[in-house]
Design a protein around this ligand. Structure first.
Ligand SMILES: *Cc1c(COP(=O)(O)O)cnc(C)c1O
Length: 422
């Protein structure tokens, strides 16, 4: 469910006409619907209503724009962060420190110190060596870090290999067979209290079965930890629930189905549950609007060349991801074409041999479901300035990240002094 609909033959974001918006801000640009973001958060929170005081920590990396974070913070969301930059963004977006969970496999000592100084809620620790470093940093600062060890349950999430994180060969988490010893180690260390368990097996999951397997292992392990004398108060079940991208595929499980499964499995755990949804909250709350630069007939293929490229939306070239493509003003005719950007890589392809609305030079197209892992993964490859982001709320809109100017992009380089004769 989203708030991008046709009215009078033109695609709108809530009450804003996207043709008019494109004329104001230029193309390409990302456009987010505040109402969709809010709706997804509420639906997810509602699906967890059987639980006692769960913490929904939005995974900031999915879309870190401060207006997105602030929209969610106003509804009571926390934040799951993976760098000190994301800690600062979450705080700037209005998330209180006691709702911030710090995940990630490579936190540096400086990042740990900054997180401790900010008084964040929990560190999700991924190795024995990491907890030793955290203990040393916290002891030096005279603080105590609340820790949840991230477990690697060796479960195949059944998603794309590059976003699968819970198999034994992945870099994430502590193997189950060493996890008991990790809690024993933490119990001996000053400055850390291992009071939680955490798991996150991957992203864009389209079945509940792997999650259920992972959570079952977590439940058994909590019992074992308590039997060994550990005080376990929290369980972080991660994120990962998928969203529909390709209308020809079955829909992923709903938040309600997920919530019911969680309520059933975690009955009797006697912990505060934490969730880290990212994509589910913002995925289909955003689109990328682009203009057709030209049509080109190649040796064997008809190409639609658009002014957005892989540097703006990396998912198709990185994960072979599918994004639905729609005309802003459909011409009521269909074509089959390969949609590409201007970047000098064959990987700069959004869709191959796709049937889509017929277009002419200058027409506007949108890549749907681009709100998660879109703008946040953008780069300036090919010296293309960063694409702006716009947020819409009812009939209002605001540029929440302006288009980078070419001058600003060039000014990032500092010429070596000897090149100027100095
Ligand atoms: C990326 C990530 C998430 C969010 O994943 P989604 O698929 O966007 O819900 C949650 N937790 C951790 C630890 C992550 O790395």
């Amino acid at each position: 469910m989203d708030h991008f609909d046709y009215r009078g033959g033109v695609l709108h974001a809530e009450d804003v006409n996207l043709e008019a918006l494109a004329a104001e801000v230029g193309t390409p640009f990302y456009c987010y619907s505040a109402a969709t973001i809010e709706r997804h958060y509420r639906v997810f929170r509602e699906a967890l209503s059987a639980l006692d005081d769960p913490l929904v920590a939005y995974a900031v990396k999915a879309n870190p724009n401060q207006s997105v974070i602030a929209t969610l913070a106003k509804l009571g969301a926390g934040a799951d962060v993976v760098s000190i930059g994301e800690v600062k963004r979450a705080l700037a977006g209005g998330v209180p420190p006691e709702r911030i969970v710090f995940s990630g496999v490579g936190k540096t000592a400086d990042e740990m110190a900054a997180g401790l100084d900010d008084g964040i809620y929990q560190f999700n620790v991924e190795s024995e060596t990491e907890v030793e470093t955290l203990s040393a940093v916290a002891t030096r600062l005279g603080r105590t870090a609340a820790v949840a060890f991230r477990l690697n349950p060796d479960v195949d999430a059944g998603t794309h290999a590059k976003i699968s994180t819970g198999k034994a060969e992945n870099k994430f988490g502590i193997p189950m067979e060493r996890a008991g010893a990790a809690y024993a180690l933490a119990a001996r260390l000053p400055g850390v209290e291992a009071i939680g368990v955490a798991v996150h097996i991957g992203s864009q999951l389209t079945s509940l079965a792997p999650l259920e397997r992972a959570f079952t292992r977590v439940g058994t392990f909590i019992t074992e930890l308590r039997a060994a004398g550990h005080r376990i108060e929290r369980a972080d079940l991660g994120g990962g629930l998928g969203v529909p991208y390709d209308p020809s595929l079955p829909e992923p499980p709903t938040p309600a189905e997920y919530g019911a499964m969680v309520a059933r499995l975690t009955q009797g755990w006697d912990v505060r549950l934490i969730f880290e949804p990212g994509r589910l909250i913002v995925g289909n709350a955003g689109i990328l609007v682009t203009r057709v630069v030209r049509l080109k007939t190649g040796g064997t293929t008809c190409f639609v060349i658009v002014d957005a490229a892989m540097n703006d939306l990396l998912r198709p070239s990185l994960y072979d991801a599918y994004h639905s493509i729609q005309a802003v003003r459909p011409r009521n005719d269909r074509i089959t074409a390969t949609v590409v950007g201007p970047v000098c890589e064959t990987g700069d392809t959004f869709a191959e041999g796709r049937e889509l609305d017929s277009v002419e030079e200058g027409d506007l197209l949108t890549f749907m479901t681009a709100g998660a892992y879109g703008a946040t993964m953008a780069s300036t490859y090919n010296s293309r300035a960063l694409t702006p982001e716009v947020m819409v709320s009812a009939e209002r809109w605001a540029v929440i990240r302006p288009r980078q100017s070419i001058e600003a992009l060039l000014a990032l380089d500092h010429p070596a002094p000897w090149l100027n004769g100095d």
